[in-house]
Design a protein around this ligand. Structure first.
Ligand code: ADE
Ligand code: ZN
Length: 329
């Protein structure tokens, strides 16, 4: 079976970060907005480093101004995921970008995203769930408003709460109110940490926010006691190897600690983060893991089951997805 066809589960995908550059460029043209500076001559996204990436991400996102734009975006992103064998995806969506954290406006954006997710499920057989995400460099006050949007719409589709953005800004404890609010609403908790910050950044996030999952988390590798704690607590890492190498967290693919973390008993999963920004997709991630670490079909089937076990969906959905991951008789 080809790696493209293997059924996959992706837990860490930023919805705007999955936007094909041609989609964003087309929308900008429709709206007479000039954002040509964010594209490379060959039609990719252009940025110098991680902080510039965050800026370019926000510029690309600035053309998405209506629920209908998000409906079209969601379909475009899910089409890419489904074409790479993804059967279940959890995507980060942000009230910051969808209605400016106004609960009524957020409901309209969420309805449009869900409408597209339902259409994709019917037509492409891919299931999506949403994780509301606050943005760390926007600060704790905005995170609080974001958490209220999440709590107001928590349910069988909106299943998680997380935090992305610049890990160097603020402390996880500053965001405890927002995470407690989301947790009380029944949402699963994930937080970006240990992408750029060291192991202490991961430790701070665990101590302050008690996440079930960590976005990236790879820098934990430098602290054996922390690796042991993550394994013992069963905290799942949403590892994005292609993103880490493209952004320069690791110079070479073989420097990436995913294999060592897995061997240490940490539950690792694999995702793309922002695939067109990093010129990757789930098939390429699998091909890289096969080439660099020798992972084979059995490893990938176990990996997908691990991800399904860590998904924030309800149990009937999990059982249905796990069945789809089994080899055909
Ligand atoms: N937002 C989108 N992609 C991100 C990443 N890799 N790290 C932090 N915030 C992000
Ligand atoms: Zn991310």
């Amino acid at each position: 079976m080809s790696y493209r066809d293997l059924p996959k589960v992706e837990l860490h995908l930023h919805l705007e970060g999955g936007a094909p550059p041609s989609f964003i460029a087309g929308l900008a043209q429709e709206k007479n907005m000039d954002i040509s500076g964010i594209f490379t001559p060959d039609g990719g996204y252009a940025y110098r480093d991680f902080l510039h990436f965050l800026e370019v991400y926000e510029t690309a996102t600035s053309v998405l101004t209506t629920p209908e734009d998000y409906r079209r975006l969601t379909l475009a992103v899910l089409e890419q995921s489904a074409a790479n064998g993804v059967v279940y995806t959890e995507s980060f969506i942000s009230p910051d970008f969808c209605g400016g954290r106004d609960v009524a406006a957020w409901r309209d954006y969420l309805a449009a995203i869900r409408d597209a997710a339902d259409e994709a499920e019917r037509k492409m057989g891919i299931t999506m769930r949403g994780i509301v995400t606050c943005i760390r460099h926007f600060g704790p006050e905005r995170a609080r408003e974001t958490a209220i949007c999440a709590a107001e719409t928590a349910g069988d589709w909106l299943t998680g709460f997380g935090m992305a953005g610049d890990e160097a800004q603020g402390k996880p404890a500053d965001f405890a109110w927002a995470f407690d609010c989301a947790r009380e609403a029944g949402l699963g908790i994930t937080v970006h940490a240990g992408e750029w910050g060291g192991p202490e950044s991961v430790k701070d996030a665990i101590d302050a926010l008690n996440p079930a999952r960590i976005g990236h988390g790879v820098q934990a590798w430098h602290d054996p006691a922390l690796v042991e704690e993550i394994a013992r607590k069963g905290i799942v890492l949403e590892v994005c190897p292609g993103s880490n190498v493209f952004l320069g967290v690791y110079k070479h693919r073989h420097d990436h600690p995913i294999e060592k973390l897995r061997e240490s008993g940490v539950a690792v999963t694999v995702s793309t983060d922002d695939p067109p920004f990093f010129r990757t997709d789930m098939t390429s991630e699998y091909q890289m893991l096969n080439r660099v670490f020798g992972w084979d079909e059995d490893d990938f089937r176990a990996l997908a089951q691990e991800a399904a076990a860590a998904a924030f969906c309800d149990e009937p959905t999990r059982a249905r997805i796990r069945k789809l991951l089994e080899p055909a008789e």
